[in-house]
Design a protein around this ligand. Structure first.
Ligand code: ADP
Ligand code: MG
Length: 321
């Protein structure tokens, strides 16, 4: 069959037009490294990129005409959004993401998945249901249960965590039963929700951040805590370097992100004697540390993923919990 060169030309042109998308990054600050890199990566690929401060958006929830209004104008024509919702702004941030979903705009991570991942306990419950390796973890509220709670994770030494902590703040290592008891009592006195966890000593203050985009781990780094520090958080003085994952670590990270319904995720693992264990799954993983440690274009991979995946009817969270 002969190809008509005249017909071919316009279809090619349409192809190029279709590939250019209007993309919103939902972020509070243009100047943040991750936001800047996503802007750059999108623009390099010819997309129309916008940073939208989601706290300044308001929503119009009228039948058949859901809208997001920003700086006095309804936001229109967006093909995809990349939510970068701050941990303390989850409630309003996810409401804005949900509004875009109602408008059938593809979200790199859906609102439900973001809310789900923000609650450490919920996260662990879902991961355990899927049989993903986790440190033995306990959670309770009644102060009468303290001894039982400590014993249920194998006794001291153990790690106690505030349910809503980030950057290593609120993560305490209790070396003895008595110390554990005092810390739990103190947190309870503040009416804080806590997790009690088996201490993975053999991790030696190192954890592994696996950066998942779609169904691939696109980058991984190890973070090592400062000498004498069991927490590997960079904010606590840890340092990062790239690392090669084992096939088991890779598949654990992918399964964890999938279980949470996240398409873009930072899955944190510890190397334990009983294989990789997941500590947390982050829905707005930072780009600065991972790009510096691995020298990979992580922002570009996220944009490429949107190019492949965005489209009407593509938001599809089906997770029960
Ligand atoms: P945050 O959300 O504040 O970062 P994490 O649960 O990630 O809290 O804990 C912070 C760090 O503490 C981890 O990166 C890890 O290095 C260390 N850590 C946390 N839980 C354990 C554990 N059960 N065993 C050993 N180290 C742990
Ligand atoms: Mg952490």
């Amino acid at each position: 069959m002969q190809v008509n060169p005249i017909c071919k030309a316009p279809s090619l042109k349409i192809d190029i037009v279709c590939k250019t998308m209007k993309i919103a990054i939902l972020s509070q600050q243009k100047s943040l490294y991750s936001t800047r890199r996503l802007m750059e990566a999108g623009e390099e690929r010819g997309h129309d990129m916008h940073v939208i401060d989601y706290l300044r958006c308001y929503m119009n929830i009228t039948a058949h005409k859901p809208k997001v209004i920003y700086q006095g104008e309804a936001l229109e024509g967006y093909k995809a959004i990349i939510p970068r919702i701050g941990a303390s702004k989850t409630f309003y941030g996810t409401a804005v993401v949900r509004q875009f979903e109602v408008m059938d705009v593809f979200s790199a991570n859906e609102s439900q998945a973001i809310s789900r991942s923000r609650d450490k306990l919920r996260c662990l419950q879902i991961l355990s249901q899927k049989g993903i390796g986790l440190p033995v973890t306990g959670f309770a509220h009644s102060s009468k249960d303290i001894d039982g709670l400590i014993e249920s994770v194998g006794g001291a030494p153990l790690v106690i965590k505030l349910l809503e902590g980030t950057q290593g703040i609120g993560v305490v290592l209790a070396e003895t039963h008595q110390a554990a008891k005092s810390v739990i009592e103190a947190f309870r006195g503040l009416d804080a929700n806590i997790l009690v966890q088996e201490f993975i000593k053999e991790a030696g203050g190192m954890d592994i951040r696996c950066f998942v985009v779609g169904d691939r781990v696109i980058a991984a780094m190890k973070r090592q805590g400062a000498p004498g520090e069991f927490r590997s958080n960079i904010h606590r003085g840890g340092s990062a370097a790239k690392i090669k994952l084992t096939p088991e670590e890779r598949s654990t990270a992918l399964r964890a992100a999938k279980a949470m319904g996240l398409r873009v995720a930072g899955v944190d693992l510890l190397r334990s004697n009983h294989g990789p264990v997941v500590m947390e799954v982050n829905s707005s993983p930072g780009l600065e540390g991972i790009e510096a440690a691995t020298e990979l274009d992580v922002a570009g991979k996220i944009i490429e993923f949107l190019e492949k995946s965005a489209g009407p009817g593509k938001n599809r969270d089906r997770i029960k919990y």
